[in-house]
Design a protein around this ligand. Sequence first.
Ligand SMILES: [Zn+2]
Length: 453
Amino acid sequence: MAQLGFYGSAGIVTGSNFLVEDSRGTKIVVDCGLFQGDFDANKLNAQPFAYKAAEVSAVVLTHAHLDHIGRLPILVKDGFRGKIFATSATLELTQIVLKDAYDVMLSNHEQDGAPLLYDQPDIKRTFDLMQAMPYKTRTEIASGIFASLYDAGHILGSASVLIEADGKKILFSGDIGHAPSTLLPHAQTPELADAIVTEATYGGVDRTLKHDRLTVLHDAVNWIVQNRGVLLIPAFSVERSQELLYLFNHLYNQHKLPKVPIFLDSPLAIEALEVFERHQQLFKKDVQQERQTDTEIFDFKGLFLTPTSAESKEINDTLAPKVIIAGSGMMAGGRIMHHLKRYLSRKDCLLLVIGYQAEGTLGSKIVDGARSVFLMGDEIPIRAKVEVVDAFSGHADNKELIDWIKGVKLSPNGKVFIVHSEPDRALAFNEELELLLPSITVEVAENNKVVEI
Ligand SMILES: [Zn+2]
């Protein structure tokens, strides 16, 4: 009997962290994510782990989003000295994301006294423990405990993780991608499992995306050309920003991209772009084929990368029409704030909202129709055209999650645990799974609870 403990993303979306312990007391952790969002995330992140970090033999990461990796340096600070396993793309992205997260933590600390959870040497030590692991290669990660990774189609390098301990197979979904993804293949699963720990970000919600990604971008650029305006696209730095460049490159190759400068104004996205370029073998078949005629799938005439703040400021001097892609995706910080302050009050600005806007963020206020917002101390009236499109999504919806689970043959006493979800969505998904799998025990996972598999 293996034991499975839930120490984050149970009853909420963020802070993914699970502990598996076998009958000999060997412990491994899957994901070590940061709590994020409106609730008291700072307090939760500062709480000690419920288990002894030094007793954990290994960590496996599903993917490089902060809510799956952000507490790793704290685990190392607390004494973890085992190996950190993930795909090489995930490990490279994790390094970039953690370095950026440290800078954000430092500036939050200076601005409003947010806690410093770890320091730079902890990050360095974290990097030293990393060990790459390919997809579909069963690997002994700790004495008698094995892990295998399956492409989750969510972001570059993302994986679902199958852990084998005491002869039991526990499958952790990680985040499952929405298909078809622009760049990545469909999510895959192992054939068999005794338990599944599944995300349910969009549990109970079926979404057929109405908009076509290329058409959305094409129309938006044409609008600012006609209005001699500015197109602002707040975008997540990993995957979404690179996806936008790929799509703009596609329009360029089809001679559909008007002559406008496009700025990628995000140091994190620019650094991540190098990882995408290094791991192109992970892209889906169509993209691989396209690379045979255009080797630079993220680059085109008119694209400008602006990593330094001096370069970023120079964007202001470029005459409209122009396109600016910048983070953060939820307009909760980052360089997009400066551009919003400058352009939101202008009628010739088009703000294209393509990502999920969590409640309480500036992005959600704008999407909900605020007439003005406070930006860096000033009230800015919103006269820009705000367009919200659903073409871009990194998460599987209800039907896709169910199809993913149906792809796995659960053992007769199989169990499914629902995590990574708002409570109402988790319950909706629970109801649906109970109908679908009447012989299987389905439950919404509870924080700090340990179950036997
Ligand atoms: Zn994710």
